[in-house]
Design a protein around this ligand. Structure first.
Ligand SMILES: Cc1cc2nc3c(=O)[nH]c(=O)nc-3n(C[C@H](O)[C@H](O)[C@H](O)COP(=O)(O)OP(=O)(O)OC[C@H]3O[C@@H](n4cnc5c(N)ncnc54)[C@H](O)[C@@H]3O)c2cc1C
Length: 391
């Protein structure tokens, strides 16, 4: 399957490129300080929305573009190829927005979808807890009905962009008398509610991209229940399928741009009196990294192809998620190996490039954890795709 194969899709790709060459904004040009970075990222997403490049395939009655899903993928790939910043409301766009569209009432869609698209309201995802990550169904955050509200008590962790979020799509136990998967519901929590406390956590990269979230008698109106009571597990699986599957196409484009960049750095830098890229071992390692990216590209096309022809994002998204993590981690580790001591050169004109590769390597460690750990993806593949017997 090829994207941008019809005449109108090629026109769209040209339109995005023209927009990007006018905007001239690359991720690396953003402010380093996180608060300033968020301001810049919000206005970037708003500008892209005005240009018709955000929520292009979402229903037009809720502010989307009403266009075929393939067009959003074309846009996302062009943005990735140009090194443009990712949309700041990634959790709203890729994770909770699709669930709101699928399971929300019309009132909820009208209320929440347009500000997600314009990055006016940032969303976060409150699934994981200190004792419930891979085994998500063991979550202990409780929501107890009290008249027209649910009162929530509990703790969430690893909440990406929690400190900037206006709303959280939160999983809580609403019934502990039924089997555990059936007693979970999804609530839309206003992060400014009394009793919500957010504590940012600094990652190995030095940025505090995610937070712990504490909920102490937080009252949430019944109208903020997404789907039916007890639908939380079903909605979470839909949400995670999107998170795991549809991000892979733009990601593989981005990985390819990183690889091309590493090759060009290796072609210029010298180690022991010769160009790094002339070393046969470096060539082999970079070729292996390229194979990883190509394998990801083909798998991602297949999964997305099924999605575009009307299918759901199914368990195949787990194999794409696995390959995405492997390709990213192999690429980042390869670049560190290949460029080796040249990364320590200390030459002022090389500092920004070296910092980019350190950060890329450190962040790549998260790829086999977020959206569900590597072993869990393997379990899903064994169980739901290969139908292997239980251990
Ligand atoms: C960058 C990043 C962003 C994130 N953002 C969010 C977010 O916004 N919202 C949110 O809710 N969560 C978020 N997470 C959390 C993420 O979903 C969890 O980290 C993940 O599900 C794993 O859970 P855990 O960290 O509790 O690890 P654990 O579940 O404790 O797992 C630890 C290790 O044991 C392995 N393991 C566990 N169970 C099994 C098993 N049955 N068989 C074999 N091996 C097993 C795991 O694979 C892993 O290697 C984020 C994580 C990262 C890294």
């Amino acid at each position: 399957m090829q994207l941008a194969e019809t005449a109108s899709e090629r026109v769209l790709a040209d339109e995005v490129r023209a927009f990007l060459s006018r905007a001239r904004l690359r991720s690396e040009d953003l402010p380093r300080e996180l608060d300033d970075r968020m301001v810049a990222l919000r206005s970037w997403q708003a500008a892209c929305y005005e240009a018709g490049f955000v929520g292009r395939a979402w229903p037009s009655e809720f502010g989307g573009g009403g266009r075929p899903p393939a067009e959003q993928i074309i846009v996302d790939q062009e943005l990735a190829a140009a090194g443009a910043p990712e949309f700041v409301n990634v959790v709203g766009l890729d994770v909770l927005g699709p669930s709101l569209l699928r399971f929300g009432t019309d009132d909820q869609r009208r209320r929440y979808i347009p500000p997600i698209l314009r990055a006016e309201e940032i969303w976060c995802q409150g699934f994981s807890e200190p004792e419930a990550g891979s085994d998500l169904a063991s979550l202990r955050t409780l929501a107890v009905q009290d008249g027209d509200t649910y009162v929530i008590n509990g703790q969430k962790t690893w909440v990406s962009w929690g400190q900037y979020a206006t709303f959280c799509g939160l999983l809580a136990r609403t019934d502990d008398s039924v089997p555990r998967h059936r007693g979970i519901s999804m609530l839309l929590v206003d992060m400014s509610s009394p009793g919500v406390e957010v504590r940012p956590m600094t990652q190995i990269t030095g940025h505090a991209e995610f937070s712990e979230l504490f909920l102490d008698d937080v009252a949430v109106p019944r109208a903020n229940l997404l789907g039916q009571l007890g639908d939380g597990w079903k909605i979470a699986m839909h949400t995670l399928g999107h998170e795991r599957g549809t991000a892979a196409l733009p990601r593989q484009v981005k990985l390819r741009t990183w690889l091309d960049r590493a090759v060009s750095v290796a072609a210029h830098r010298e180690l022991d009196g010769r160009r790094v890229l002339e070393d046969p071992e470096a060539q082999t390692a970079l070729a292996r990294a390229l194979i990883g990216v190509e394998v990801l590209r083909h798998h991602a096309y297949r999964t997305v192809g099924e999605f575009l022809s009307g299918g759901a994002v199914g368990p195949e998204s787990s194999s794409v998620k696995l390959l995405m993590a492997e390709a990213e981690q192999r690429l980042a580790a390869t670049v560190l190996d290949v460029l080796g001591p040249t990364l320590l050169s200390g030459a002022p004109d090389e500092t920004a490039e070296n910092d980019f590769w350190y950060e890329t390597y450190l962040y790549s460690r998260a790829a086999s954890v977020y959206g569900g750990a590597r072993q869990i993806q393997r379990d899903i593949i064994a169980d739901r795709i290969l139908s292997l017997p239980k251990e």
